[in-house]
Design a protein around this ligand. Structure first.
Ligand SMILES: Nc1ncnc2c1ncn2[C@@H]1O[C@H](COP(=O)(O)OP(=O)(O)O)[C@@H](O)[C@H]1O
Ligand SMILES: Cc1ncc(C[n+]2csc(CCOP(=O)(O)OP(=O)(O)O)c2C)c(N)n1
Ligand SMILES: [Mg+2]
Length: 322
């Protein structure tokens, strides 16, 4: 099948349609209208075989994760995701793979209110990439740079399950079949916190999504905001399975620095504490205060255990080029 028919068969009419889309799939570029009073937020994340997923990964899981890791960047900024373009690089055309991938991308994008408006298809090592575009009010955004000393530090959901799943798959950790099923779902099917991100607009002073690991990602807030971040490791929320892993001798490293969480970490002034917790409760999303922002010191991210400096971790986040 030619590149054109691949695109025709699998890529046209993907996802939800929008009144703002003036030209979608099929022309040299898509054209979208940004409503008055709004601006465009744009981000791209790729997933590469052997780096982000294993060779035998299910195509429907890949489609879900590709969309959600990008939705997570919109969530982090408080943006409403609207449009996406998709780049597929594949070693050969595999119709079963393409059918599963595109059906799930269609389903997940529609559910998220996102329209796929274009993309590119080439041959090479399996590599999938999605550019997401969303809307932000002209005068509001959650960036990495607004944290102030005295602000509370929060995270959504629980951390560490995806890294625990990866450790189990790579046989660095032994889990039961039931435990594995629970944490593998977290690794393969992250749920971007899009509604929470938007609810935090106006309350959060800074924020980002946790893709590389909590401590490494918090260092980005510290650097951009010119502050230090104090984290109470004991307060970091973990799942039941993670607790079981701890009871069997596991420590907090995977929750603090494992990555693949796709939860939000954000800061807010103490005056917004009730509002932050009320917004989260309204959405049924777990949000936990795990520390605070302090004036910039020589340590950008200070980890406390029982109120005392914690022993050094061997690494604080996922690094692509270590
Ligand atoms: N190849 C690149 N060219 C231009 N900008 C890049 C490139 N790679 C990363 N960036 C930018 O650097 C910043 C940090 O990237 P990254 O660590 O991938 O962030 P995230 O965890 O939000 O995906 C982002 O603003 C991203 O757009
Ligand atoms: C096969 C496999 N190996 C390793 C990982 C772990 N892993 C790969 S990339 C990554 C960090 C997130 O990816 P990145 O491309 O840095 O995302 P970004 O920060 O740009 O959103 C993690 C935790 C994985 N999910 N699967
Ligand atoms: Mg990125």
């Amino acid at each position: 099948m030619s590149e054109f028919s691949v695109i025709e068969q699998y890529c046209t009419a993907l996802g939800a349609s929008h009144s703002g889309t003036e030209i979608g799939v099929g022309d040299d570029a898509a054209v979208v209208a940004v409503p008055p009073g709004m601006r465009l937020a744009v981000s791209v994340d790729s997933m590469v075989e052997g780096v982000h997923f294993f060779q035998d990964a299910a195509p429907n899981d890949l489609a879900w994760k590709l969309l959600n890791v990008n939705l997570s960047d919109m969530a982090a900024m408080g943006a409403l995701p609207k449009w996406a373009t998709v780049t597929l690089t594949m070693p050969q055309e595999n119709h079963l793979w393409l059918a599963d991938f595109s059906a799930e991308l269609h389903r997940a994008a529609t559910q998220a209110g996102v329209q796929i408006i274009g993309g590119d298809t080439t041959r090479g090592q399996l590599n999938i990439s999605l550019t997401i575009m969303g809307l932000l009010p002209k005068d509001d955004v959650i960036s990495r740079s607004g944290a102030k000393p005295g602000d509370d530090l929060y995270v959504s959901g629980t951390l560490g399950d995806a890294a625990l799943a990866l450790a189990a798959i790579e046989q660095r950790v032994a889990l039961s079949a039931v435990q594995r099923r629970v944490v593998e779902a977290k690794l393969h099917r992250p749920q971007a916190q899009v509604a929470l991100g938007q609810a935090l607009l106006g309350f959060a002073s800074a924020g980002l999504d946790i893709s590389d690991g909590l401590l490494g990602d918090l260092a980005h807030i510290a650097k951009a905001s010119q502050v230090s971040v104090e984290v109470n490791a004991d307060a970091v929320p973990v799942s039941q399975v993670y607790r079981e892993y701890q009871n069997a001798g596991g420590d907090l490293s995977l929750a603090l620095a494992g990555g693949d969480d796709y939860q939000l970490a954000f800061t807010a002034s103490a005056q917004h504490r009730d509002s932050v917790l009320a917004q989260a409760a309204k959405l049924g999303v777990e949000v936990t205060c795990i520390g605070r922002i302090v004036p910039l010191s020589s340590t950008p991210v200070v980890v406390l255990l029982d109120g005392k400096p914690a022993p050094e971790l061997s690494h604080s986040s996922y690094q692509h080029f270590d």
